[in-house]
Unconditional design. Sequence first.
Length: 333
Amino acid sequence: MRDFSYSRARDLSDAYAADGAGRMAIAGGTELLNWFRLGIAAPAQVIDLAGVEDLRGIRSDGQQLSIGALATLAEVGENPEVKAHAAVLAQACVAAASPQVRNRATLGGNPLQKSRCASSRAEEPLPWPCNKRRAGSGCAALEGLNDRHAIFGWTDACVAVQPSDPIVALAALDAQLAIAGPQGRRELAAAALHLTPEEAASEGLDPALAETRLAPGEVITGYRVPIRRGARSAYVKVRERASYEYALVSAAAAIELEDGLISRAAIALGSVALKPWRLTQVEARLAGLPPTREAVLPVLKDAFGDARPLAHNRFKIAMAAGAAARAIVEAAA
């Protein structure tokens, strides 16, 4: 780990200066310290945001939930308002990591964690190619160990996935991110925060390095989650063990029922791309169906016509469709 200076942000304007010109912000620190150890990041200055009170708190005004970026995953997962109006988000936070990590990790930082690709998560010097770590060197996972990798939106530059649980739930809830930076404040849909390599390339950006739509110096200050009366939601995380483990696939469902039938549905998948993957092409077709596995699974399977599985992860297609169906059933129950 390289030497760096450390300072504490007094207010939000101090935080704006982070993440540019050798400076980087730290919140819970559960991810950033790993970057330092592995050589993924080596900032000259670290700015601690923990003292910025404007970034804290969970509030409801009856129309939306407002959640500060410094709210920990444990706080969000245990909050009565979140449980009542955005159960899928509470469940996703509880399903993430371990209790110790959830007590430190923040809702602002968790969606910004790097992919969990084993080819990228290694200490310097890397013994294999990785475009994220050495531009233009290649992608070792493309033809190597890729059972946990993407089935949507990947290119030869990178086949990794975004591992955050909460961002999948936020995408299904149509949440908005509040963002602040040197150029002012703005909002961005949670589902649009991340870029797949395919999207980055189409926008003229480096497909391996451009992971989010945050501009230099910008920080996430909070989230706005709309409250839909009568809405039901659930999060399903499929993993190899129920303790500290990242998802093989996950699914977030937010539905509304009328006379026992689905009247509205929003479905997002996790660990299938470098962003939460909304199944917008089939969501409208779920309307009018009973919330049963037998009724919804054939429709959900149609969302995978554009999937491009790699050599070792074709199983993700059936697994993700099944997880989405289960999330709908659990939400309805």
